[in-house]
Design a protein. Structure first.
Length: 156
């Protein structure tokens, strides 16, 4: 029987990434034409861990940084989101092990400044951590957003 990988092991598994691929005909309907940079989990975590207190990034900001790093048209929306989620879970796993310096995943938002319900502890935990850093959160329908998040986005 195979032992399940820890989140930290998943984060360390590069799966032969990063790589840049041509956007195929099916993908071009959604992503346009050109090339797509598929990051490694470590690429995404590296960007996430350098977001200082008081600053924020969106997944789209991370995708732009990945595209720029690998000289591609876009950064992969699918793997970037999955790897941010793995990074968040690895950070919580490290926190549970008593480590103090973890990736501040709560500073990474979805598009338009939305909190990410898939992060450990859900929206409530992310909201608590962001509010403790001085951010104001508001609710719109069932979703939660950081007020004026654009003012706090880390400039590259």
């Amino acid at each position: 029987m195979n032992k399940r990988k820890t989140w930290q092991e998943k984060l360390a598994d590069s799966k032969d990434l990063p790589k840049v691929i041509e956007i195929n005909e099916n993908q071009s309907k959604r992503w346009g034409t050109g090339t797509c940079a598929i990051p490694s989990p470590k690429d995404v975590n590296e960007i996430m861990k350098h977001v200082p207190k008081g600053k924020l990034l969106t997944i789209n900001n991370i995708r732009e940084m990945i595209a720029q790093k690998y000289n591609a048209t876009i950064g992969c929306p699918i793997t970037t989101g999955i790897f941010a989620w793995i990074s968040a879970n690895a950070a919580e796993e490290m926190s549970a092990q008593g480590k103090k310096k973890i990736t501040p995943y709560w500073r990474i938002l979805k598009a338009k400044g939305e909190l990410n319900s898939k992060y450990p502890g859900g929206v409530e935990h992310q909201m608590e951590l962001l509010e403790s850093e001085g951010h104001k959160i508001y609710q719109k329908g069932r979703r939660f957003f950081v007020m004026d998040f654009e003012k706090h986005v880390l400039k590259a």
